[in-house]
Structures are given as C-alpha cells and as structure tokens.
Design a protein around this ligand. Structure first.
Ligand SMILES: [Zn+2]
Length: 414
C-alpha cells in the first residue's frame, strides 16, 4: 500500500457524513457523536499491525513498533466545536493514519523507528471551556483542581462527563509516561486564517504558537448628565478607551506578525442620558517573539495613561491571562520547509495565532513542528470551513515526506 492522499479526502468525507449534520461537524468531546467518531477510527486502525489503547486522559494511541524504541509521534484531534468544520483536527488524524499505512507497507510492518499516532482528547474545550485537555495531561501541564468542577451549559461537571467515557480526572498524571521515547512530534493542521490564501500558497511552515497577553483595562471618568454637562467639562471614560482602541492598531503594525484586539468594551452606566463614568475594555495582544509582546504591552499601557490624562480620567490594568510564545524546533522547521518545498515548489514560514496541541507537546521538551494547509476564506470553527481537495492531497504528501525526513533525523541524532 503506497501513500494514497485521495483516500484521506474520501475518509474525511466519510467521517463528515457519519458525525456531521446540516449545521456542520458535531464531534464535541465527551459526547456520543465523538465516541462514534473514535469507534469508526478504531476500525480503520484495526486493519494495521498497530497496538491501540486509550491513556488515562482519554488520548487514543496507535503504535507501529519499529526496530528502535525511539519514536516519531504524529497527532491531531477528532473532536470538534459544535457546528464545526470537517477538517479542523480530523485532517491531522487521517493524514497521520495514511502516513502510518505507508510506513507499514514500506517497511513490512517494522520501520526503523517506532511510529505513533495520537488522537488527543478534547483539544477544543468546546463543552467545558478547557482547551488542550488531553495534550496537557500528556505534557504534565494539566490543572486538575481547576478543571474538575467546570460545568457545561446543562450543569454537568467535567469530571462526571469524563467518568461516563471511562476517564478518571485524578488519574491524568498516568498519561505522562506516554512521553517515553518520543523524539519528535509532527502536526498538520488547516491554517484557520487567510494568510496562505492571500499569498496563493497551499502550504506553510509553522514557526511556533504566539504568546498571549490579555488584560482588563478600566478607565474611570465622571458619570454626568448628558444634557447638562458642557463638552469641555466632561470626564468621558469611553473617549479614553476609544482612543486606545484605535492606537493599538498602530502598535501591532510595527511588527510583521503581531496582532492586538480590543474585543470587549463595556460602558457604565451604559445609558443614553449619562456621560460614561467607567469603561471596561479587554485587550488581547499576540506575537511569537516575547520581546515584541513585552514591548507592545508596555506601549499600550503608556498610551492608555496618556489618553486617560487627555480626557481627565484615570486608568487601571489587570492581567486576565497570559501564555509564553512556543517556538518550534529549528531542525524540524528546516525539514518541514524541505518537505513543503518538494511538494509545492515554494514555502512560507509563519507563526500560529491559535494554540494547538503541538504547543503542549513542545512545552514538554519534545522537538516539535507544525505544517499548515490553506483554509479557503480563512474561515474555521464553522460549517463553511473548507480547503481545496488538491491542497488537502498535497498536505498529506508533504506530511508523509516530513515524517520520513524526521525518522532519518532521529536516527542521525542518536
Ligand atoms: Zn484544531
């Protein structure tokens, strides 16, 4: 059986018809439909000489034992958001399956190093708001105490939903030994953004996942009657926030891949007859370079103080959440670039704005790289998510090339 990228596209469609409806993919983790997808996938694996098991966090492992115990890991996630797309996560898993088939046939079931494929449990965090759940258990970066009491919309607790799927949250640390012998991790993913389409490129090499600085910014002015307060006597908190909302665009544009978003602005008292006395905004800033991230944060803070002063207001910042940038492995970036170049004639290096399981694996110290394939219209987490079929096929071929190159790299390295 040689590599057959068309089969991957056919299997993606099969999965779509099995686990989707008129609103899109419905493979939300810890639900019946998700379990159906996994059962379907297990049947595909059963045709190969692989050992298959679920770890203590519900990650699904398929292992093709090689001459060496040293292991190349390929991963993805079958779970989706509600009303999701047909490719997000599933492409990675099914392309990985095709690569596993090719290694099986080329080496008659015994490749030079062990090849493993993992379907991470609950990448999306769609139901309980905790993304990267399974890969964080693997990486040892889980947060059991905070996560167990999370509830879904119906009030079901995360730990109870997991238990119904045979997973005990207290046993998450038992997933960590799966890291043994893993020498490299590869993940193919749809871009979920418009960059590759704008550049007219099918594939991209992912430099790493961007770090995030997320802050609540509160401007304080003076609530006052909107009829009786002259313009020159106002202390309008919204005016300061509005100036900042425009300023952050210039702050981000100084750096090629940086983004700054003011995604939430609330005004108080929030009525037509009062000047805004208090304005609460949330600012989300992202970049792959920690220095750039720090610079943008400092710049936005200084600007907010300036605007507060101009409007006779005051301002307070508090951090909501932050995560360090995760740069991928330089050797694997080069191999990925070679693979992309071989199949598409060009290549482009780019950071990932969204987080992926690959970030958790990399944080565990395992050399990691990701490859992106173009997303049509840049849309994802939606039923209109799509990628050209010839691009999907190129992506499977490129992942396969990358896997072979990485096996050679593992052998050279040891
Ligand atoms: Zn995904």
């Amino acid at each position: 059986m040689s590599l057959d990228p068309k089969r991957t596209v056919a299997e993606l469609k099969e999965l779509r018809s099995l686990t989707g409806d008129e609103n899109g993919a419905q493979r939300v983790a810890w639900t019946h439909t998700w379990l159906c997808a996994r059962e379907w996938f297990a049947k595909k694996l059963a045709e190969l000489p692989v050992e298959q098991h679920y770890d203590a966090a519900g990650n699904d492992w398929a292992t093709l034992a090689g001459a060496s115990e040293k292991c190349l890991l390929i991963g993805g996630h079958l779970d989706s958001v509600p009303n999701g797309g047909w490719l997000d996560g599933a492409l990675n898993v099914l392309a990985g399956l095709e690569v596993l088939r090719r290694f099986t046939s080329e080496f008659r079931g015994r490749p030079p190093v062990t090849i493993r494929l993992v379907d991470w449990a609950d990448e999306e965090g769609a139901r309980f708001g905790r993304s990267l759940l399974g890969s964080s258990a693997f990486a040892g970066t889980h947060s059991i105490a905070a996560d167990r009491v999370r509830t879904d919309r119906e009030g079901t607790k995360l730990e109870d939903a997991l238990r119904r799927c045979g997973v005990e949250i207290d046993r998450f640390p038992e997933a960590e030994p799966e890291r043994k012998n893993v020498q490299a991790y590869l993940e193919l993913h749809i871009e979920q953004g418009p960059v590759l389409e704008q550049l007219d490129l099918p594939l991209g090499v992912v430099l790493g996942t961007k770090g995030v600085e997320r802050h609540t910014i509160i401007f304080y002015g003076q609530e006052a009657h909107s009829g009786s307060t002259p313009m020159n006597a106002r202390r309008d908190a919204l005016a300061s926030a509005a100036k900042l909302a425009l300023e952050i665009r210039g702050i981000a544009r100084k750096h090629p891949d940086a983004v700054c978003t003011m995604g939430s602005v609330k005004t108080f008292p929030g009525i037509a007859t009062a000047v805004v006395g208090r304005c609460e905004a949330i600012l989300d800033q992202r970049d792959l370079d920690p220095h750039v991230l720090g610079e943008m944060y400092a710049e936005a803070k200084a600007a907010s103080r300036r605007f507060a002063e101009e409007e006779k207001c005051t301002v307070e910042w508090s951090r909501l959440w932050n995560i360090e940038p995760v740069p991928f492995h330089p050797d694997l970036l080069n191999l990925c670039e070679q693979a992309v170049h071989e199949v598409s004639g060009t290549s482009h290096r780019m950071p990932s704005g969204p987080l992926h399981d690959a970030a958790e694996v990399s944080r565990a110290g395992i050399p990691t790289v990701m490859m992106f394939v173009q997303s049509l219209r840049g849309i994802s987490h939606n039923k209109i998510e799509d990628t050209r079929e010839d691009h999907l096929e190129l992506a499977v071929t490129a992942l396969d090339r990358l896997a072979s190159k990485t096996v050679d790299w593992i052998l050279r390295r040891n």
